[in-house]
Design a protein around this ligand. Structure first.
Ligand code: SF4
Ligand code: MG
Length: 325
């Protein structure tokens, strides 16, 4: 099927710290990121904090301008479109943020918040009224909530408001940047379940950003794992979870709790050494090598490309010299 969103060699280089040699060379927060999002699917984008996943998410909808590469929406290159040219597309891709309270105007009622994208489109008052009523119901809020303000809601409810706002214009794509990370664990599954149901009902595609693989397991159709600004593995969900090919994916998965308690007690847990290195000072070769249990000499000097490796199919790509078979 035609890709909804095509991302090719996307990059973001921030200026380096002032007064250092890095100032001019810059810090590569995102480097060579390539993937497609298909209509109606969920691509889980996973990695530790600082790996560039939020920066990537923001570039996809041009909240940030990439310094390299290309983003196309339904075949149209939007990488260098002006904000004016983007305006008609704005209703077709939306964003959900990590902190629902920070992303909702505290002085606006729920009615005002959810209707804002519709007003921006110039919809009639009557149409907006009926749409907003549908939307609150769709996300599991009650009509009487419309007159209230964000601070009168719990985190989970506030995120429902953020979701209703994102879906108001019936977008084809929603970038959800850690939409449940700030919520109680007991609420997380409810919100993920809601997003899944809305996808079935509305056919919207998601890029669902998360810092662990457990959160995106149920909702994703495909998963991309990022490390230090690059995708190290991407593939169909079942393949990636059942047979991770990259040592980093394997380590992340070993931290995901298993439903079977016996399997949970006996399984091997891979503990990575140290913290992720700073993108301002990336290790040579494969940037994962200082933490990789499988690293060999070549890993210190040669960066592996994201390719279809021995263990991978056309639908799975891995950036490792020694992928799991
Ligand atoms: Fe580990 Fe080498 Fe593969 Fe990098 S290329 S993930 S260091 S085995
Ligand atoms: Mg982030």
């Amino acid at each position: 099927p035609e890709a909804l969103l095509s991302v090719r060699d996307l990059g973001m280089t921030f200026p380096g710290p002032r007064g250092t040699l890095r100032r001019k060379a810059g810090v590569r927060a995102v480097d060579g990121v390539t993937f497609d999002v298909r209509p109606g699917e969920t691509l889980g984008l996973v990695g530790e904090s600082g790996c560039g996943k939020s920066t990537t998410g923001r570039m996809l909808v041009r909240l940030l301008d990439p310094t390299a590469g290309q983003v196309s929406f339904r075949g149209k290159d939007i990488t260098r479109s002006s904000q004016h040219e983007l305006r008609p597309l704005r209703s077709r891709f939306q964003m959900i943020f990590q902190d629902p309270f920070a992303s909702l105007n505290p002085r606006q009622t729920v009615q005002q918040i959810i209707s804002a994208p519709l007003r921006a489109q110039g919809e009639s008052k009557a149409k907006i009224q009926s749409e907003v009523r549908d939307l609150v119901q769709l996300v599991g809020l009650a009509p009487e909530h419309l007159e209230r303000y964000p601070h009168q809601f719990s985190g989970g409810q506030a995120q429902r408001i953020g979701i209703a706002r994102a879906l108001a214009t019936r977008p084809e794509l929603v970038i959800a940047d850690e939409p449940v990370s700030a919520l109680d664990v007991s609420i997380q599954a409810q919100i993920v379940g809601l997003m899944e149901r809305l996808q079935r009902e509305l056919g919207v595609a998601y890029v669902f950003i998360a810092h662990d693989l457990a959160v995106v397991k149920h909702i994703s159709h495909r998963v991309a794992v990022m490390y230090l600004g690059r995708i190290v593995e991407i593939g169909e969900k079942q393949q990636v979870y059942d047979n991770p090919a990259h040592p980093y994916t394997k380590a992340l998965l070993s931290a995901v709790p298993l439903p079977d308690p016996i399997a949970e007690r006996t399984r091997e847990r891979i503990v990575l050494l140290g913290d992720p290195p700073s993108p301002a000072n990336p290790p040579s070769g494969c940037t994962f090598h200082p933490r990789c249990p499988k690293a060999q000499d070549i890993c210190k000097t040669e960066a592996p490309l994201l390719t279809i490796g021995r263990s991978a199919t056309a639908d799975r790509q891995v950036a490792c010299h020694f992928p799991e078979a």
